[in-house]
Ligand binder design. Structure first.
Ligand SMILES: O=P(O)(O)O[C@H]1[C@H](O)[C@@H](O)[C@H](O)[C@H](O)[C@@H]1O
Ligand SMILES: [Mg+2]
Ligand SMILES: [Mg+2]
Length: 280
């Protein structure tokens, strides 16, 4: 059968490139920063503009498709994944980086049908790296095939993670305790690009061996999940169980053994799910 969703993927790549140019341009100007859930959960007019640009263009081309977009959900839209073709959009992954001019900023576009991810596009627009993957057809960066690392020794691994934006002291203690335990394995190092999507693409490239984070959202990881698995990596929950896209927890690794080893050091907690009904 012809690849049913190739048109949609081609459109996603073109849109990510256009959006990336908008983001790069905005990096030249002063950026007006607004807060969402807290003073460390930021949004700018560029996040909102880019999300609208992507959604409007997809609506024009694929009028029956549905959306989960970070800034639409922030504005009150439901975050529900149905069986319908659904675009899962993070207009700027790494908004804090964008605000500060820290050079890892990505446009992330995932696409799911029947709740299965079909393709992912992550454009790291300052680096001009276009990461793409279609289910069953491999993962690529600027057209070059990607392969996760073949590292089997946890003590020779680099692990990526983030401090996240949940900052109550009990949660921060758990985040730091997990990092402490991983550092003391010891691993070669811990890194973090400031964007979940780019961290996951680094797993796909093989320059880090695993990435985990608690507190991410479905739009942070949907696109990059396809890229990691098509590069030969594995995705799981931070406990080592099955990945649940709405659970706000992810662990991506070059192999199941590396992932499970790291999961044993993580102090798991459960943020409010992305698909939880809004508080009354
Ligand atoms: O809000 P944006 O889209 O920039 O995404 C998030 C990042 O992807 C996380 O890894 C990161 O830890 C932060 O939670 C950040 O909010
Ligand atoms: Mg994000
Ligand atoms: Mg974002």
């Amino acid at each position: 059968m012809a690849d049913l969703w190739q048109n949609a993927m081609d459109h996603a790549v073109a849109l990510a490139r256009t959006a990336g140019a908008v983001v790069r341009e905005a990096l030249q100007d002063e950026r007006k920063v607004m807060m969402k859930s807290s003073s460390v959960d930021l949004v700018t007019q560029t996040d909102q503009k880019v999300e609208q640009l992507i959604i409007q263009s997809v609506k024009d081309k694929f009028p029956t498709h549905r959306f989960i977009g970070e800034e639409s959900v922030a504005a009150g839209e439901a975050c529900v994944l149905t069986d319908s073709p659904t675009w899962i959009i993070d207009p700027i992954d790494g908004t804090t980086n964008f605000v500060h001019g820290y050079p890892f900023v990505a446009i992330s576009i995932g696409f799911a049908v029947n709740k299965q991810l079909e393709f992912g596009v992550v454009y790291s627009c300052v680096e001009d790296k276009m990461f793409t993957a279609r289910r069953g057809k491999g993962a690529f960066c600027n057209g070059r095939p990607l392969q996760v690392s073949d590292q089997k020794e946890i003590s020779q691994s680099i692990v990526a993670t983030e401090f996240g934006s949940i900052r109550d002291p009990e949660t921060v203690d758990k985040v730091l305790s997990s990092m402490r335990k991983i550092l003391c394995i010891p691993v070669h190092g811990i890194r973090g690009a400031g964007t979940a999507a780019v961290n996951m693409c680094h797993v796909a490239c093989g320059c880090v061996d695993a990435y985990y984070e608690i507190g991410i959202h479905v739009w942070d990881v949907a696109a990059a999940a396809v890229i990691v698995s098509e590069a030969g990596g594995v995705l799981m929950d931070v406990t080592g169980g099955q990945l649940d896209l709405m659970s706000r927890r992810v662990l991506a690794a070059s192999s199941r053994s590396i992932g499970e080893r790291i999961s044993r050091e993580i102090e798991a907690f459960a943020p409010v799910r992305d698909d939880a009904p809004p508080p009354q």
